[in-house]
Design a protein around this ligand. Structure first.
Ligand SMILES: Cc1cc2nc3c(=O)[nH]c(=O)nc-3n(C[C@H](O)[C@H](O)[C@H](O)COP(=O)(O)OP(=O)(O)OC[C@H]3O[C@@H](n4cnc5c(N)ncnc54)[C@H](O)[C@@H]3O)c2cc1C
Length: 476
């Protein structure tokens, strides 16, 4: 049992023992397995120079050059191969964010004062040393997106500072989605723009067991039957709870504040997340996750096509070829971003533009792959029969076996494949992951539009130059 568990209300009931809970137990065990794997796998460890050579997870490495970046990628490839590209909230994800905060403690100190700068360094070093599991929240509730929360009937529907005291900030309000409420620490880091109300312009990290922190998860998609792994292999292995986070007058001690525009009268609200390149890191991580999922989908598409003998049809070959192409583009993009990486003076990071582009590309490549596999399968993906033990039933077994087996697959194998296909493409978990793929990077319209909106002037000039030249040359 966790020493100080978070307050998670599943429906009406407070979850008393998350490690043995029917909904959270499997998720807690998966996280425990992650830490065991890190301990047992040299590729996932590093002698961390920022911690005087202490051995930490590779996700805590602050890269100072290309080879460090490659080490991080290779570590994440090992992790995400084991998840087949699933699991958005594996600990490595936010471990890496703490490194990014820690690496920029000087910059944060310049913005918010030395105490807050120091907090980010301590957050990084303590997390790296202890290997703490984080959840994160960045999005305000969807009360009314036509206005910022400060203009809502109650500005504290979104997390905001109700009182600034000598001990810290007292905050109140909600954040819309916080996956993995079973974590030990929650980091809250919403978007801050120059016009953000000071009450909402803050970031912090606190233990999830802090007084006043409440999580309200959605319905569980963990399989309800007696044989979860057999019936829903993806849901059983990779279900992650998404929760609403509600902070009920929580005191955030000053030592836990990572950004606060109201820290002094001279601190304006600034988009510090962009200044520390946080989105570059999460897009790099998404791209690596998604490259692993695209690999899994390539294999699945081939197995499905070959199972029913459609694999030599040109349309099916083209479909599978497209998934292979997309997979290679993503893998190439990740390596390219690494190759073109930049030293910012704080750390060495993957090329921002390329990292974003390849990550956003996945939001088209993955749905395309799902659609292709659906197209290949036809009825193959329907999980018939309702219970696979029916295949051994003396009365109906033969009828089922004879009708379900394919030229190359016995009936049991075919049924296992259909169950897997359903869970990848159409179950509740499948749909939740597909929604996650659309929104995990933020709103796709805005993020993709930002590639144009935030294009640096030099790159833009280089693109416009030949057009101007051609237009000039057309003058009589
Ligand atoms: C499965 C899942 C897990 C998630 N886990 C986490 C998590 O662990 N932590 C976390 O912080 N977040 C998490 N998220 C939330 C995710 O970060 C948000 O869903 C995402 O940022 C989009 O924000 P939103 O849901 O508020 O949508 P909105 O921003 O409200 O968008 C809704 C629609 O309105 C449109 N829209 C909104 N504003 C504008 C505008 N200004 N101009 C034009 N169109 C606009 C959008 O294009 C979109 O079509 C998760 C989401 C999902 C689906």
């Amino acid at each position: 049992m966790m020493k100080s568990p978070p307050r998670i209300y599943y429906g009406n009931a407070l979850v008393k023992d998350i490690t043995n809970d029917v909904v959270f137990g499997p998720q807690v065990r998966r996280i425990a397995e992650y830490y065991e794997r890190v301990k047992a796998t040299p590729a996932l460890q590093v002698s961390n120079p920022d911690l005087g050579g202490e051995v930490t997870s590779v996700s805590y490495l602050r890269p100072t050059g290309r080879s460090d970046l490659a080490r991080i990628r290779e570590g994440w490839e090992v992790i995400y191969a084991s998840y087949h590209g699933y699991v958005g909230r594996s600990p490595d994800y936010i471990d890496n964010w703490t490194m990014v905060y820690g690496a920029h403690s000087r910059l944060l100190s310049d913005l918010y004062g030395p105490r807050i700068g120091e907090n980010s360094r301590r957050l990084y070093e303590e997390s790296a040393s202890q290997g703490r599991f984080f959840t994160h929240a960045i999005v305000h509730p969807q009360y009314d997106r036509s206005q910022p929360p400060a203009k809502w009937d109650d500005p504290f529907r979104a997390i905001g500072v109700v009182e600034k005291t000598s001990e810290g900030l007292r905050v109140k309000g909600a954040a819309q989605v916080c996956t993995a409420p079973n974590a030990e620490v929650v980091i809250y880091t919403p978007e801050i723009k120059s016009d953000t109300d000071l009450r909402h312009a803050l970031a912090f990290a606190i233990p999830t067991s802090t007084e006043g922190v409440n999580f309200f998860p959605r319905r569980s998609f963990y399989p309800r039957g007696e044989s979860p792994k057999r019936d829903y292999p993806i849901s059983a292995a990779f279900e992650e709870s998404d929760a609403l986070l509600y902070l009920d007058n929580v005191l955030i001690p000053w030592d836990n504040v990572l950004a606060y525009a109201g820290a002094s009268s001279t601190t304006p609200p600034v988009d510090y997340r962009s200044m520390i390149g946080l989105d570059v890191w999460f897009n790099y991580h998404f791209a690596i996750q998604n490259a692993a999922r695209l690999k899994f989908l390539q294999g699945l598409a081939m197995v499905a096509a070959e199972a029913i003998g459609v694999n030599t049809k040109i349309n099916i070959e083209q479909g599978i070829g497209t998934i292979i192409r997309d997979g290679r583009i993503v893998e190439g993009g990740i390596l390219g971003a690494e190759d073109e990486g930049v030293n910012t003076g704080y750390l060495f990071m993957p090329d921002p533009g390329l990292t974003r582009a390849v990550s956003y590309y996945c939001t088209e490549a993955l749905p395309r792959a799902y659609q292709t596999i659906r197209q290949i399968c036809g009825g193959l993906l329907l999980p018939i029969p309702a219970d696979p033990s029916a295949l051994a039933n003396p009365e109906i077994g033969y009828k089922l076996t004879h009708s379900l087996e394919t030229k190359i697959l016995g009936a049991s194998d075919r049924v296992r494949l259909s169950y897997l296909l359903w869970d990848v493409l159409d179950s509740e978990t499948a749909m939740r992951y597909q929604h996650y793929d659309m929104f995990a990077r933020g709103d796709l319209f805005q993020t993709t539009a930002s590639l144009y909106r935030n294009l640096d002037p030099k790159t833009k000039d280089a693109l416009l130059f030949p057009i101007r030249e051609v237009l000039e040359g057309m003058k009589e």
